[in-house]
Design a protein around this ligand. Structure first.
Ligand code: NAD
Length: 389
């Protein structure tokens, strides 16, 4: 009788190189298509079409099965491109009909920020799990409602903080937690881009919730919390918008904010909507070293950097983890793993709610010019679920 085949165990091939070479890791072992978790993608804008749907091709446990869009023609075209049946096309009005589509297990919300609440709640009430883009909402109250409704319906809610699933940042987190280069005292981080059309939703307060802070500054904020595992106890911030610049009539242009952590570390962050795109972070430690990720918040071309003193010499390097993995595929497959194995997501709604609370404190500090104290939370990784493997 033939041996039972377990499809999730990777095929093993003999090595091509000597053992001193970098091991490329096990071969992919995808689930058969019919057993992968089905996703409905809500909102067919730049992120869905440019990153999320293409990344699905590299997923091992996930597949797109439905699209939700206000533009039927676009949805039909994208459905053809990705092999999604016509029965999997919905609009914002008949969205609730997804409850009758058992192929859909997770709804991935990729809409303007203020729409995340409505579609998370409608998805959970339709019996689906939710993967929601950052920022999860535009207010603390909305974020709390999203968590409550998902809890009530026993649905999983994960916020798409892709940096927390990205290998270079995961290594920096390990170095920070294990004090590999000493204790991290200062994190400096920068996230900038130069906005065009003043009428786009990102520059409208009611749709975006704010300007550069909730859109890109949230990366500085969330990454500092992730690296340290601690929650800030205070924040000092200022915002600036160039007078007369039409792009910043409703939302702020630049934000500078410092986060003070209970273990003594400070994160010094800048985000801006009016400069050439540039995104990095660096962790400065006290035992002869610093490390970080250049291009750290981008989709690709990330460069790990490390500098440390050894044998009375300063060694600076840009080590590579090998060929880059698609961050979106890693994040989406992690959500599928949570659904398949009933795990609490590493970045659940509570993780997004905490960012929302801190962002409100950042705006308060900028408004009042004073340090705003935050609730003292002593537990490490207080809001995170199960660590990705
Ligand atoms: P986008 O403007 O390209 O797409 C938004 C989509 O929402 C469009 O298809 C648009 O038609 C639709 N939409 C529905 N109602 C709308 C309305 N009232 N006004 C404007 N658009 C409306 O935006 P995007 O860049 O795809 O961003 C979508 C979400 O994804 C945002 O929450 C954003 O913060 C998040 N995002 C995350 C990342 C990441 O790396 N995780 C990157 C970019 C964007």
């Amino acid at each position: 009788m033939s041996e039972k085949i377990k499809e999730t165990t990777p095929v093993k091939l003999p090595p091509h190189s000597v053992s001193s070479e970098i091991e490329s890791g096990p071969l992919p072992s995808p689930l058969p298509p019919e057993r992968r978790v089905g996703y409905a993608i809500v909102g067919l804008g730049k992120l869905s079409l440019g990153q999320i749907l293409p990344a699905m091709a590299g997923c091992k446990y996930s597949k797109p099965v439905a699209l939700v869009s206000g533009d039927e023609k676009k949805a039909r075209k994208v459905a053809l491109q990705y092999g999604i049946p016509e029965t999997g096309i919905y609009n914002y009005y008949n969205f609730d009909d997804i409850k009758n589509n058992p192929e859909i297990e997770v709804v991935f919300i990729v809409l303007p920020n203020s729409m995340h609440e409505e579609f998370t709640i409608r998805a959970a009430r339709a019996g689906k799990h939710v993967l929601c883009e950052k920022p999860m909402a535009t207010t603390v109250a909305a974020a709390q409602r999203m968590i409550d409704v998902c809890k009530e319906g026993k649905r999983k809610l994960m916020i798409a903080y892709r940096i927390q699933y990205e290998p270079n940042s995961r290594l920096c987190k390990k170095w920070t937690r294990e004090k590999t280069y000493g204790k991290v005292r200062i994190i400096t981080s920068f996230h900038g881009q130069n906005m065009g059309d003043p009428d786009q939703w990102r520059l409208k307060k009611d749709l975006a919730g704010g300007g550069s802070l909730p859109d890109i500054g949230i990366y500085n904020l969330n990454t500092a919390r992730f690296l340290l595992g601690e929650e800030p106890v205070g924040v000092l911030a200022s915002t600036f918008s160039t007078p007369g610049d039409k792009r910043f009539r409703e939302v702020e242009e630049s934000v500078m904010f410092q986060l003070f952590f209970p273990g003594g570390a400070i994160a010094n962050n800048t985000c801006s909507y009016s400069i050439h795109a540039n995104r990095y972070y660096r962790c400065h430690a006290d035992d002869g070293g610093f490390f970080g990720v250049d291009n750290g918040f981008t989709y690709g071309d990330l460069q790990l950097e490390v500098s440390h003193v050894k044998n009375n010499l300063e060694w600076s390097a840009r080590p590579s983890l090998g060929p880059e993995k698609n961050q979106f595929a890693l994040e989406i497959d992690y959500m599928s793993d949570c659904v398949l194995h009933d795990k609490t997501p590493y970045t659940p709604g509570e993780e997004g709610l905490q960012d929302q609370k801190i962002m409100e404190a950042i705006y308060e500090s900028a408004r009042t010019g004073k340090l705003v104290k935050l609730e003292r939370i002593t537990k490490l990784d207080a809001f995170r679920g199960e660590e990705p493997e």
